[in-house]
Design a protein around this ligand. Structure first.
Ligand code: IMP
Length: 461
C-alpha cells in the first residue's frame, strides 16, 4: 500500500490509505536558553495545541506580539497563535502567583483572558507554594533559579506534594494543613531559613488558587488525547535543555525534571506513539547558567566568550544572570541526540558569531591523557575534560537588516541555505556532519523573519 502525505501550512497531516495524527516535540538540545521561542512560535502556527510537559517558571521565553515582546515563564509559546489551545501539563510544577502575573500581562497586551477558554492547567500538575521558594533560596551548590522547582518536585517524589486536583480535598482539612506546615517549617529550619508558615496562610493560599483557577483546572491528558484522535496537531514544548535533564544531564548541576523526549508525552498525559517528529534547538555556540562543568567554556572578560555574551545578549530571561559562554560542543550535542533522536536541528544565533576571526568546534575531550568522544557520567570527570577543537574561518559581522535581507533572499529565491556565504555554509554543514543531524532552520537574528529554512524542510512554510 502506498501512503501519500500532504502537509499544508494550516492543515493537519492527511494520508491516503491511512490517517495518522502527529504530535511534534521541540526541545532544548544543550543547557537551556537555546532560543526555542521563535521555532516554537513557527510550529505553533501549524498546531492547535501547545503543551508544556515539565519544569515550571525556571524557564523563560520571549513571545513577540505585534511590536511588543513579552517574557513568559509558564504559559506555552502558543499564546500568540489565537487558534492554539494551551496546556500546562501533568509533568509541570506551577507557581500560581507567577502564572497570574503572566496572565495579567497578557491581558494588558491583548485584551484576552485565555484561562478556562484556551489555557488549561493539568489536575495532575504540582503546586509551587511559598514554602518551595523559601526552601530553594537555601541552595548553595547547583545555582538554581530559586523559583522552588526542585523542592516542589521533591515533595512530589516523596508523595507529600499538593497537585491542583488535590486542593479541593484538603483545603478544609485542618489536621492535614497543620501537619503539612509543621513538616514545611521543620524543613526550612533544617536549612537555616527563618520565616515559618502558618497553616491558616496555607489554607488561604489554597482557597485563592481554587477561586482563581477552578475554571482552568482540567484532566488535560484526556483533552490532548482527544485532540490527537480528532486529527489535530499538538506541539509538545520542552523547557531547559537535554544537558539539564535530571537523569541524563550533568548531575547534580541539572534541573529537577526529565527534559528529554521520553517525558514529552508522559508529562502531557499521552502515549509516546503519538510523536512523529522531534526537533532539537541548539545555538551556534554554547551557553550555560548556574554552576557545573562546561568543557568548551570561554572567558567572559575578553575574546570570543565576551563577544558571544555581548552580541548575543546572554543574560538569563528568568533571573537576569549573565550566561557563561563557549564554543559549540559536539560531544554534548551527540549525547543530546542519543537521548532524543532529533528529526532535525534548529541552529540559532548564527549571526552572533559574525565578526570573529575564527570559529572553533569542540569535537572531543581529553581527560587524563585519554581521548573521549562521549561525555563521562560524573560532573567530577567532566570538569577534568579539556576540549579538543577544530578551527574554522570566521565570517564578517553584518547588521540586523543585512541578516534579514539574507533570510528574505533565501525565501524569495527559494534557495534555502544557498543564501549563506561559503564560510557560514561550511560551518553549518560541518555541524551536520559531526553531529549526524540535519539542520532544518538557521536563526540569524531576533526578528521573526530572521530565519533561513532548509528547502522542503519542516520550517519551509
Ligand atoms: P532549577 O531548575 O531552578 O532547579 O535550577 C537548576 C539548574 O538548571 C541551574 O543551573 C539553573 O541555572 C538551570 N536552569 C533551570 N532552568 C533553566 C532554563 O530555563 N535555562 C537555562 N538554565 C536553566
Amino acid at each position: 500500500m502506498i501512503f501519500i502525505t500532504i502537509r499544508t501550512k494550516y492543515s493537519n497531516t492527511f494520508s491516503a490509505g491511512r490517517r495518522y495524527v502527529p504530535a511534534t516535540v521541540i526541545l532544548g538540545a544543550q543547557w537551556g536558553d537555546e532560543g526555542k521561542g521563535k521555532a516554537i512560535d513557527q510550529l505553533a502556527a501549524n498546531s492547535t495545541w501547545a503543551v508544556r510537559f515539565q519544569g515550571g517558571n525556571n524557564a523563560g521565553h520571549t513571545v513577540v506580539y505585534g511590536d511588543t515582546t513579552l517574557k513568559l515563564h509558564q504559559i506555552p509559546s502558543g499564546i500568540s497563535s489565537q487558534h492554539c489551545s494551551m496546556v500546562l501539563g501533568d509533568g509541570m510544577v506551577i507557581d500560581p502567583w507567577v502564572l497570574e502575573e503572566e496572565l495579567d500581562r497578557w491581558y494588558q497586551l491583548s485584551g484576552e483572558r485565555p484561562e478556562g477558554k484556551r489555557l488549561f492547567i493539568s489536575e495532575r500538575a504540582s503546586v509551587i507554594l511559598p514554602f518551595h521558594r523559601l526552601y530553594d533560596s537555601a541552595d548553595k551548590v547547583v545555582g538554581t533559579t530559586g523559583r522552588g522547582i526542585g523542592p516542589a518536585y521533591r515533595d512530589r517524589i516523596e508523595r507529600v506534594g499538593i497537585r491542583f486536583a488535590d486542593i479541593n480535598n484538603i483545603v478544609d482539612d485542618v489536621e492535614y494543613l497543620q501537619n503539612t506546615t509543621k513538616r514545611m517549617n521543620g524543613q526550612l529550619e533544617s536549612v537555616g531559613v527563618k520565616p515559618s508558615i502558618e497553616w491558616e496562610k496555607l489554607q488561604s493560599d489554597l482557597k485563592w488558587i481554587l477561586e482563581r483557577y477552578s475554571d482552568s483546572i482540567k484532566p488535560t491528558g484526556l483533552m490532548v488525547d482527544f485532540a490527537l484522535k480528532n486529527d489535530e496537531n499538538v506541539l509538545l514544548e520542552g523547557a531547559q535543555g537535554a544537558m539539564l535533564d535530571i537523569d541524563q544531564g550533568t548531575y547534580p548541576y541539572v534541573t529537577s525534571s526529565v527534559t528529554c523526549r521520553a517525558n514529552a508525552t508522559h508529562g502531557a498525559g499521552i502515549h509516546a506513539g503519538h510523536v512523529e517528529q522531534c526537533f532539537g534547538i541548539t545555538k551556534a555556540y554554547t551557553t550555560r547558567v548556574g554552576n557545573g562543568p562546561f568543557p568548551s567554556e570561554l572567558s567572559l572578560e575578553e575574546g570570543p566568550g565576551m563577544h558571544m555574551a555581548k552580541v548575543g545578549n546572554e543574560f538569563g530571561t528568568t533571573t537576569g544572570r549573565p550566561r557563561r559562554t563557549g564554543w559549540l560542543d559536539i560531544v554534548a550535542l551527540k549525547e543530546s541526540n542519543r537521548l532524543n533522536g532529533y528529526s532535525g536541528l534548529v541552529l540559532t544565533k548564527l549571526d552572533v558569531l559574525g565578526g570573529l576571526d575564527e570559529i572553533k568546534i569542540c569535537i572531543g575531550y581529553e581527560m587524563e591523557g585519554k581521548l573521549l568522544h562521549m561525555m563521562p557520567t560524573t560532573s567530577v570527570e567532566l570538569a577534568k575534560c579539556e576540549p579538543i577543537y577544530e578551527t574554522h574561518p570566521g565570517f564578517e559581522a553584518m547588521t540586523e537588516t543585512e541578516w534579514i535581507e539574507m533570510a528574505n533572499k533565501s525565501r524569495v529565491e527559494n534557495i534555502g541555505f544557498g543564501a549563506l556565504t561559503q564560510d557560514m555554509l561550511n560551518y553549518v554543514r560541518r555541524i551536520e556532519k559531526l553531529s549526524g543531524i540535519p539542520i532544518v532552520s538557521i536563526g540569524v537574528g531576533p526578528d521573526r523573519d530572521a530565519s533561513i529554512a532548509s528547502i522542503g524542510g519542516p520550517f519551509d512554510i
